[in-house]
Design a protein around this ligand. Structure first.
Ligand code: AMP
Ligand code: ZN
Length: 115
């Protein structure tokens, strides 16, 4: 599985940086965003290092589908019942700050800080 030793999210996957985990399986990890915009704000990431959505290949389509499919189940488990947002930022103009593919999933009662 590809891994970038300088990548902050790869370090979270490896347990070298602590995170508040919400879900884990052999392919995916979900943890709470350190700077939440909404009452519930988690990041769904593949455990393998894929830098951005641009790098995604046909072989990753099932993985992307799993990320999207996991979101509603996670939100229900975290008590979100009135809707949520999913967001993938890609590259500089997409305002991606951490170059390891991640999907934001945000929910909970408004007002939110952003989004
Ligand atoms: P993006 O702009 O889509 O790359 O968003 C990166 C997100 O990662 C931001 O919402 C940050 O708050 C979040 N983040 C950065 N470092 C950590 C960390 N160590 N643990 C949890 N979330 C983080
Ligand atoms: Zn990484």
């Amino acid at each position: 599985m590809s891994h970038d030793p300088n990548c902050i999210f790869c370090k979270i996957v490896a347990g070298q940086i602590p995170s508040k985990k919400a879900y884990e399986d052999p392919e995916l990890l979900v943890f709470h965003d350190i700077n939440p915009w909404a009452p519930v704000h988690v990041l769904i990431i593949p455990k393998q290092h894929i830098a951005t959505h641009y790098e995604v290949q046909a072989e990753h389509e099932a993985l992307l589908g799993r990320m999207l499919g996991l979101a509603p189940r996670l939100m229900r488990d975290l008590g979100v019942v009135n809707g949520f947002r999913t967001l993938i930022n890609t590259g500089p103009d997409g305002r991606q700050e951490v170059p390891h593919l991640h999907m934001h999933v945000m929910g909970g009662p408004r007002p939110w800080l952003k989004g």
